[in-house]
Design a protein around this ligand. Sequence first.
Ligand SMILES: [Ca+2]
Ligand SMILES: [Ca+2]
Length: 236
Amino acid sequence: MRTLAVPPAPTFSQRGFTLTELAVVLVIVALLIGGMMMPLSTQQDIAARNNSEKALAEIREALIGFAAANGRLPRPATSATDGTENATICATDAACSGFIPWVTLGTAKLDGYGKLIRYSVTPDYANGTISLTTVANRTVQTRDVAGTVAGLATQVPAVIFSHGKNRWGTSDSGTALADDSATNVDEDANEAGPTSYFSRQAADNTVTTGGEFDDLVILLPANLLFNRMISAGKLP
Ligand SMILES: [Ca+2]
Ligand SMILES: [Ca+2]
């Protein structure tokens, strides 16, 4: 009769973590969390910028749709808290520069930073029916690599823009946000309008020519607007 040899029971050393080992683990965990937190804020900035760009593009489409239906562009919102189109005819360029009429258009009111989206439209494009000879007067400028101002587009019917994350803007409740800079002259120009705007490379450095800049500016070109209005049968 064979007997099976019973292997000896394994022995374990009853040993826990030393304080040094725990400290090392905690340091590693802290480093991992720190490493994840940094990109998280960067990711939020990227998401806010993407959301702003998306909102501006959708508004441009809605503006074209409004013109295709009405033969003209809408005037800006009545106020920061009333998103219906201003019922009063724009008597000046400044009167046709304000906030997007989000209720009339059925679009977003705010950019990715919770600020009201801005809108400036040539009065002749918003007060009456547009024709192929209606002259637009909004201008968009940029800066070349040397910082010199260069024309980007002239005779633009409308400009749609976000003040970006920093400096200027208006909150959802209608509170004006601080400029906070004496060097951001291109952003100051966007705030002031009413006919000339800047669209350029973002910069954090205050000594950059034109100053710090994080605004997002898109324009509605006349040719695009005409093309879509012709397709809709609103222009000959
Ligand atoms: Ca800004
Ligand atoms: Ca300023």
